[in-house]
Ligand binder design. Structure first.
Ligand code: SF4
Length: 336
């Protein structure tokens, strides 16, 4: 059930109130501290809004730090947001938090969201709103936004390469074309999945093929995908047409990672429900891990594409079979 909270204030006014209200939450490396950035510490901690934390791989990351609401029913004596304190009050709607988060993310201001909250009406009601927010952020729309950002980087890189090297012409279209595996099957019912990818990439130049892993209407899969990796309804491959070899070239495989429901259902469909007992899978099912999005970019493929090379061995060192070495030598393709 989706609830609605009052929206009489502008989103900017709410942002001012609820970033300020959140800065006393000292659960990260820079917040709630009255210190200007002086070049010796992490960031400027005087104002609310953006805080910093460390990712698992040690990177310092920026997070939008807000409260969902400071209209709290409780009166904890130490808290600035206690109900007896005379401070401006506001509450976001789930849509507003999504709009702000994606807006800042797209402009490269933040890499994530630090969302906490006072208690509006009662704890269950508040958690329901926060759950709605996280659920809304975990949608196809989010996936498409992220793909557009990744694609823009690819396009800009190609532009740089075309300026730097005379022999390279820009071939990527301005926009990437989005299509699901189901729509592709409807478009080319008599073709194999690989043939469909070739035809659509040749037609559009760059495509994002979404929803890979589940059975299509025909009862076949477009392609395999691990059941405990990304959500089969919220994943994608970025594929470009590569005229040097007249092929569809996959540059990235990505997706919104499984949540509890997606994981359990996908393990069942893949016929391996026992994997639910493994440590990582168990942590997802027990909701101990946060929702994430991620993927891989084929570094050698990217280099091959941008340098317009005919064989991946021209951009990465490998051992190749004798016949491949002979054929590439004959064709004048130098392998590393
Ligand atoms: S419950 Fe309300 S008053 Fe108590 S600490 Fe949380 S926000 Fe502050």
């Amino acid at each position: 059930m989706f609830y609605k909270v009052a929206e009489e204030m502008s989103i900017k006014e709410k942002l001012g109130i609820l970033t300020d209200a959140a800065k006393y939450d000292v659960a990260c490396t820079s917040s709630g501290v009255d210190r200007r950035g002086d070049g010796t510490g992490i960031g400027n901690t005087e104002k609310g809004g953006i805080c910093h934390s460390f990712s698992a791989d040690g990177r310092c990351i920026s997070l939008l730090k807000i409260l969902f609401t400071n209209e709290c029913i409780y009166d904890c004596k130490y808290c600035i947001n206690r109900k007896s304190n005379d401070v401006p009050r506001a509450s976001f709607t789930p849509d507003e938090v999504c709009e702000l988060t994606m807006g800042f993310y797209k402009r490269n201001y933040i890499e994530g969201l630090f969302l906490s909250s006072g208690i509006l009406y009662n704890p269950d009601f508040t958690m329901e709103l926060i759950y709605q927010t996280i659920y809304k952020l975990r949608t196809l729309e989010t996936l498409e936004e992220i793909v557009k950002i990744v694609y823009k980087v690819l396009r800009k890189t190609e532009k740089y390469m075309a300026i730097r090297y005379d022999y390279i012409e820009e071939i990527l279209p301005h926009d990437i074309f989005f299509i699901t595996t189901g729509e592709l099957e409807e478009m080319y019912p008599d073709k194999t999945p690989k043939e469909r990818e070739y035809l659509i990439s040749k037609d559009k130049g760059a495509v994002c093929v979404m929803q890979i892993g589940d059975l299509l209407k025909s009862g076949e899969k477009h392609d395999g995908r691990a059941p405990d990796y990304d959500d089969w309804a919220l994943n994608a491959d970025i594929i470009v047409y590569y005229p040097v070899l007249d092929i569809a070239l996959e540059l990235s495989s990505m997706g919104i990672r499984v949540d509890k429901d997606a994981l359990l259902s996908q393990l069942e469909k893949a016929g391996c429900p026992e994997r639910a007992g493994l440590p990582f899978q168990k942590a997802i099912i027990n909701e101990e891990l946060p929702y994430t999005i991620g993927g891989g970019i084929g570094q050698s493929r990217i280099c091959m594409f941008f340098l317009r090379k005919a064989h991946i061995g021209e951009v990465q060192c490998s051992l190749w079979p004798e016949n491949v070495m002979e054929e590439t030598k004959k064709a004048g393709v130098p392998l590393l």
